[in-house]
Design a binder for this molecule. Sequence first.
Ligand SMILES: [Zn+2]
Length: 370
Amino acid sequence: MKYILQIHTGSWRDTADRPEEMIRKIREIASRIRVEQVIIGWNTDPAVYEKTGEALHAAGIRMILWLPVFSEIDKIAKPDEALDIFGKRITTPEQVGKSFTFACPTSPNNVRIAEEIYDKYFSGCGFDGVFLDRIRSQSFVSGVPGVLSCGCGRCRKAFLQRGVDIDEVGKLYREKGDSFFDMAAWPLNGQFRLKNGMAQRFFEAKEEMVAGAVTEICRYFREKGMTVGLDLFAPAVSRFVGQRYTLITQNADFIKPMLYRRTDAPAGIGYEYSMFEKAAPGARGFCKPAMDRAFLESQLEAMGEVACEKYPGIELNYDAELVRTDTDYIRESLAAIRDCGFEGAALSWNIMQVPNAHIEAVYRFEQEQD
Ligand SMILES: [Zn+2]
């Protein structure tokens, strides 16, 4: 298979790994498996990228900028913040951190910020593409207000144009409580459908609005001749955050869904499920699948209908509390990806801190294919 590596360089002005260390790590891995692209995080120090880009290009590997769009940016720009449909600011629990404040998806200002940040800090760094992260609304990590967003004046109009009156949606939620989220169907190899028509329509309209902004940003970068990739929630939970795969990918070259079955933090699938359960414990028709191989296969099947390139993202990082991965898990994930007919995978989310044994597991998996 072919692989994408990810390197998280810390945020904007944090101290990143030295380019020499990154280059050594990438070369070492690329000598064992076929590395096509390396996604490198957002750091305003151009020195992080200059030598790295030269070394990658010499090895025929593309260097892609990992760029957050609707979150994280408040540290270097002034985005228009997202509100919930009751017109209130959305608060995120302290332990999750400030980086989970989200910006409004329909604000032209916010779209421009993503483009301007690239132009200002990264356009001279030799990137071949961008990988758009946080292209979504907040999730149940911020409770019900997180998913029932954005309710700013602009989004209110955008919802109305799509036949959704958010005041009515808010009223409906106040009346029904948890049963607002009753499911008519929750197929794992597709998206859930809510029982209530208005509630369902709200989520569909949000998907259209998020996709509108994302396709515009994609166009901006593709017109520069760059590759554009998207970081997406797993299909089973993507509707909560406004991501419909077939819509959001219209202008994209590749997607990397976060098929994280062992991550007990935002974007981890089991974690997002448990946040939903916590926010709406009385919702009916909710099924909580085991995070097993069959579940992974259902997510791979759900990705299948998208036309662009697909690199299922598997977490290789390890943390005793938050990311309990192991070599069997990595092997099982890669085998499922291969058996479902995918040609590549993304090794997430920071190769500089992945335990050696986990990288070795990928080498062994590849050797067995020969
Ligand atoms: Zn808004």
